[in-house]
Ligand binder design. Structure first.
Ligand SMILES: [Zn+2]
Length: 131
């Protein structure tokens, strides 16, 4: 009886270790993926907000340009609006680069065209893509 329990403990112990190891591995992989997803979605939110600011700035520039042509408003306001836009464009490029760093663009080995992660054939040259 005692021997039987000891045998069971031995088996159970090993099983628990195995399960624990397995869980640890999965948790580590999941952890890495989560970090990546969080980073990308944060950056995408940032990018969306920059794009929104660019849109607003374009509208403002439109109104300013209209007023300048119609009423002869000081063009300095337009210049500052253009500066603001340029800063936003730079910020947008920076944000896009960051996204590419976290999730690099996959390219066709034959022609170098950007492709989706799930692509089997290149859209541009038709090269079969090895997984
Ligand atoms: Zn290609």
């Amino acid at each position: 009886m005692l021997r039987h329990i000891k045998e069971t403990e031995k088996t159970m112990g090993k099983t628990f270790d195995d399960i624990f190891e397995g869980v640890k591995d999965i948790a580590e992989i999941a952890g890495q993926k989560t970090v990546e997803i969080v980073d990308v979605s944060k950056l995408k939110i940032e990018l969306a907000s920059i794009n929104n600011s660019i849109k607003k700035c374009h509208e403002k520039l439109g109104v300013l340009t209209y007023n300048a042509a119609k009423k002869g408003t000081d063009s300095a306001v337009i210049d500052s609006c253009i500066e603001e836009l340029d800063a936003l464009y730079a910020k947008r490029d920076e944000c896009r680069e960051k996204i590419n760093e976290v999730r690099p663009v996959r390219r066709c080995p034959n022609c170098g065209a950007a492709r989706s992660a799930s692509a089997i054939y290149c859209n541009i040259c038709g090269e079969k893509i090895e997984k």
